[in-house]
Write a protein that binds this ligand. Structure first.
Ligand code: ATP
Length: 307
């Protein structure tokens, strides 16, 4: 397997805050990889280290075989980076894109500006000031910037944050089409797994500065199916919270949710029989039983469960 990005035991602190505590992951060539985790998990820190914008304290990082901190020029030439919530300057979009093309020493600047503007659907905005665009168009312009120079690796920090659901979907579709057409590698971050699940082929889950799962979606899904999600109806509403609390104490239980007079429980497959017996003894009725999905697995991992 060819690998574009490799992190080995990378640590980074900001003062007393340990943002990364020995992070190791790989991004195989040609995949759309998702770096997912809750707020503050360490996604932005990892991405900044990856593109050579931030120095790690410890560990090894290789991007196309180069250390991005030691050889930023070699690495940046082949990378397009979209920072989180980019602020565009008060200059025309065409000039902004042209400037980026110049920095990347592109010969035919006009042609390149038009190419990225076409891909991102912003040709009609080239004469507008970049800082006056709406959130959705601004994000497209920022993505256009990251596409300058036809990078073979795109690193996109929350490419759809702050956008409405339709604009989010459009951005993801745009990226998916581009990745397929150009056969490039994309690493994008998000804190919403459900949103990127159908887009990515490879998933890296980070929580509290540590990687808790990594792999191809298909492999992770197989592991997720080791979970059972069941909904029980509780005979009296008064009992619901008491039973829910008791459930939390049972081995293998990774999620308990009270829904009016029902309880939804997520439990490992091997411990499900114990949970079922526990609920039936309390006269709770089974309403639904199904094997888990990726979201269940994600929640389990974020809460500190083992794979
Ligand atoms: P989000 O989804 O909220 O963007 P994230 O997963 O990208 O979060 P990071 O931004 O990498 O996470 O932050 C990781 C940790 O480091 C958090 O606890 C954050 O508060 C802290 N942190 C990040 N940048 C700084 C900084 N410049 N100074 C101090 N602490 C920081």
């Amino acid at each position: 397997m060819k690998v574009d990005v490799e992190f080995i035991n990378v640590a980074k602190s900001y003062g007393s805050v340990q943002a990364l505590r020995g992070v190791s992951f790989r991004v195989p060539r040609g995949v759309i990889a998702g770096l997912v985790g809750p707020n503050g998990a360490g996604k932005t820190t990892s991405m900044k280290i990856l593109v050579g914008a931030l120095r790690r304290d410890y560990g090894d990082v290789r991007v196309f075989g180069y250390d991005p901190w030691e050889h930023p020029d070699k690495v940046r030439r082949s990378i397009g980076f979209l920072p989180e919530k980019p602020q565009l300057p008060p200059i025309k979009v065409a000039h902004l894109l042209g400037y980026a093309a110049k920095l990347k020493q592109i010969q035919n600047i006009e042609k390149e500006v038009l190419r990225v503007a076409r891909i991102t659907g912003i040709v009609h905005l080239l004469d507008k000031k970049a800082n006056t665009l709406s959130a959705g168009w601004s994000q497209r312009a920022a993505i256009a910037l990251s596409l300058i120079g036809e990078p073979s690796l795109l690193v996109l920090d929350e490419p759809a944050s702050n956008l409405d659901p339709i604009a989010r979907k459009e951005i993801y579709e745009l990226l998916q089409t581009y990745a397929k057409d150009q056969k490039i590698t994309i690493l994008l971050s998000s804190h919403i797994l459900a949103e990127i699940q159908s887009l990515v082929d490879y998933l890296i889950v980070i929580s509290r500065g540590m990687i808790v799962a990594e792999g191809y979606i298909s492999d992770l899904l197989r592991k997720a199916q080791g979970l059972v999600v069941a909904v029980f109806h509780v005979p009296s509403k008064k009992l619901t919270r008491i039973i829910a609390r008791e459930l939390w104490g049972l081995e293998g239980v990774v999620g308990v949710e009270v829904l009016n007079q029902d309880i939804r429980v997520k439990v490992s497959l091997e411990k499900y029989d114990t949970v079922k017996e526990f609920m039936l003894k309390r006269n709770c009725k089974i309403i639904e039983e199904r094997v888990g999905d990726l979201t269940d697995l994600y929640i389990k991992l974020i809460k500190g469960g083992e794979l």
